[in-house]
Ligand binder design. Sequence first.
Ligand code: NAD
Length: 248
Amino acid sequence: MSKVILVTGAASGMGLATAKLLLEKGGRVAMCDINQSGLQQVISTLETEQRSRAFPQVVDVRDPTAVRDSLEKAKSYFGTLDGIANFAGTGGHGLGTEAIWETSVEEYDFILNLNVKGLFNILKESLRPGFLAPGASVVHIGSIFSLQGFKNGAVFAASKHAALGMVRSAAKETGDRVRVNCILPGVIDTPMHRANLARVKGFTPTAPTPIPRMGSAEEVAEVTVFLLSDESSFVTGVAWNVDGGANA
Ligand SMILES: NC(=O)c1ccc[n+]([C@@H]2O[C@H](COP(=O)([O-])OP(=O)(O)OC[C@H]3O[C@@H](n4cnc5c(N)ncnc54)[C@H](O)[C@@H]3O)[C@@H](O)[C@H]2O)c1
């Protein structure tokens, strides 16, 4: 898939797995992350030919100016931009431990700014008519908690519901100009999930799922790349579960 894709959250977890899969398939990838050292480390491990098709950028998706600059720079570096995969996100600092009445306003702002305003910043800039290449595709990473409540994770669940509403609305606005879809991962084995497990004893946000194991970042990457590709040309506005059946 020789497309040019901008991936946020590309230094870790599902964003990294997606950037790597795109590079393996011959794509050119703007790899964006707030974590400069993590990004440098990841770039240094790429095989030379793949590294030549990667364009690393340190970006905070919460900052509208930084997002605009990053999109413009990626487009001018590669000459075009065929799609975006937005993995930059957070579960917050107290996921699984704080009831809504225990959640601070600062925590609310942190989660909403990253999970909702970050997406808004990206869609606002990239969906302007003429910015992305014809037939472009944007994929956002929601959560199974885009569709259900999360005990001791109300603000996280609210942010993921909001993002799904934004994705579905954007899909209606862009029509056949840009496809816009949302992936809803279940429990995926990434540094974010491992940090939750280390912080909260017995962190089990979902009941036993029909496929009774965690998913891998690579399994999410495969679906993301499909939604970015022309193989999914009639797919837009979807909430696509990659969750072992958790939302069945
Ligand atoms: N891991 C799971 O079980 C799971 C389940 C459902 C949804 N999700 C969602 O998937 C997305 C990716 O999660 P992951 O598990 O791969 O996490 P991760 O922590 O492994 O990777 C997230 C990446 O986003 C980057 N990032 C954080 N804030 C940023 C910012 N302001 N600007 C740019 N980059 C930023 C981090 O530096 C990190 O490299 C998140 O939105 C998360 O909420 C994760």
